[in-house]
Design a protein around this ligand. Structure first.
Ligand code: NAD
Ligand code: DAU
Length: 350
């Protein structure tokens, strides 16, 4: 039995995690605290929002007074911390937004939990969800393990690395019962179309250019988002306090090969002549400081907790494309900004 403060539940990964926990653990109480930035979309949760073990609170994780009030009101026994500014390109244009939410926000949550739990840590968990980008950039060989030294290179990854350090500092200094995971690139339904895969799906549907940064030779390790949520569930329940677990798909693609695969599958699904969508590929100026390659060694998670990805990439990407084709309203609402009216209609007028 847990009362969980889940932050960022209206975002991409957060919504899958919320759905998994609310459905799988009807005796847990899940409070989703989300600021509803441009990336937060309550339409991601319409299928579970009516369930009795789910509550939504609109608020900012940097608001310490709000956090204190929520801890008292809901007597949280655990935190699942997903809220973050998450897009590397945005961190290049507005780094302070990333420092504010990712560093100050995480530190505020840690402090609120420390104050409320007041040293009574039996049965408590502070789970921090992080990224493989904290480890920096790989060459053509090798993998990130849990022991790889931190070497963040973008304002986004530097802010996430900082937040990881604060979480570990609370473990060592105050014995806060923390768990961390660092995951590779996720893909799947409800992914905001500023990120490579949903952006390309949206543009292929609309016959718009597919912008490839630089030469398209950068490599990412892609994992289906529901597999990430399953891994978090396993670590939350069985992982050791104070430990970090890497989560990855063992599924590396160069950006150009990935986009070509998307084009191939979408031509087939849209009944277009083979090669049609590939003509939309457009090479554009590279991302500043663009990390060459990320690849995760997830052996620890497999050996200690038995987790493995469940979906092969070709199947996962096919499922993802089908979801976007069947949910054009979601995509239209997100790209037109209409999704931001959902909160008003659903909550403010009540
Ligand atoms: P996202 O951008 O889709 O969602 C972030 C959510 O956090 C949104 O709902 C947003 O409204 C909310 N939020 C932002 N600032 C907030 C604040 N100050 N207070 C309260 N809520 C706030 O992000 P995502 O891609 O789902 O990533 C979720 C977490 O997983 C992040 O911590 C990210 O670093 C990590 N992660 C993401 C990936 C990936 O591929 N997307 C991979 C590994 C780790
Ligand atoms: O590795 C985990 C990280 O993966 C997460 O921590 C981040 O939150 C998440 O956004 C993601 O970061 P990336 O920068 O790898 O994802 P993105 O989808 O932005 O880009 C994937 C690759 O595609 C990257 O090499 C940049 C490139 N790209 C991206 C966009 C948006 C393009 O070539 N063109 C584009 O238009």
């Amino acid at each position: 039995m847990h009362s969980i403060l889940l932050t960022g539940g209206a975002g991409f990964i957060g919504s899958h995690l919320t759905r998994l926990f609310v459905n799988k653990y009807p005796n847990y109480k899940i409070v989703n605290l989300d600021k509803l930035t441009y990336a937060g979309n309550l339409e991601n949760l319409t299928d579970i929002e009516h369930l009795p073990n789910y509550t939504f609170v609109k608020g900012d994780i940097t608001d310490l007074e709000l956090l204190r009030k929520l801890f008292k009101e809901h007597q949280f026994t655990a935190v699942l911390h997903c809220a973050a500014e998450s897009h590397v390109d945005r961190s290049i244009t507005d780094p302070l937004a990333f420092v504010t939410t990712n560093v100050l926000g995480t530190s505020s949550l840690l402090l609120a939990a420390k104050e409320y739990w007041a040293g009574k840590y039996e049965g408590k968990i502070f789970y921090h969800i992080s990224t493989d980008e904290v480890y920096g950039s790989l060459g053509e060989e090798g993998f990130f393990t849990e022991d790889t030294a931190y070497d963040p290179r973008s304002p986004y990854s530097a802010s996430k690395a900082s937040s990881d350090h604060m979480v570990r500092a609370f473990y060592h200094t105050y014995q806060m019962p923390v768990k961390l995971s660092n995951c590779s690139n996720n893909y799947g339904p409800y992914h905001f179309p500023e990120k490579l895969i949903p952006l390309c799906i949206h543009n292929i549907i609309n016959n718009k250019p597919l912008p490839i940064y630089g030469k398209g030779e950068n490599v990412r390790d892609w994992l289906f988002v529901e597999d990430h949520a399953r891994a978090i569930d396993v670590i939350f329940h069985k992982g050791k306090i104070g430990e970090t677990y890497n989560i990855g798909g063992h599924n590396e693609w160069t950006n150009i090969a990935l986009v070509k695969e998307l084009c191939r599958q979408m031509d087939e699904k849209l009944g277009r002549e083979e090669g049609t969508s590939e003509k939309l590929i457009t090479y554009v100026k590279d991302r500043a400081g663009h990390d060459l390659r990320y690849a995760i060694d997830a052996t620890k998670l497999k050996d200690e907790l038995g987790w493995m990805p469940s979906l092969q990439f070709e199947e996962g990407i096919s499922k993802t494309i089908d979801w976007y084709l069947q949910n054009k309203k979601w995509l239209d609402d997100v790209t037109s900004g209409n999704y931001q009216k959902y909160y008003e209609a659903q909550y403010e007028k009540r």
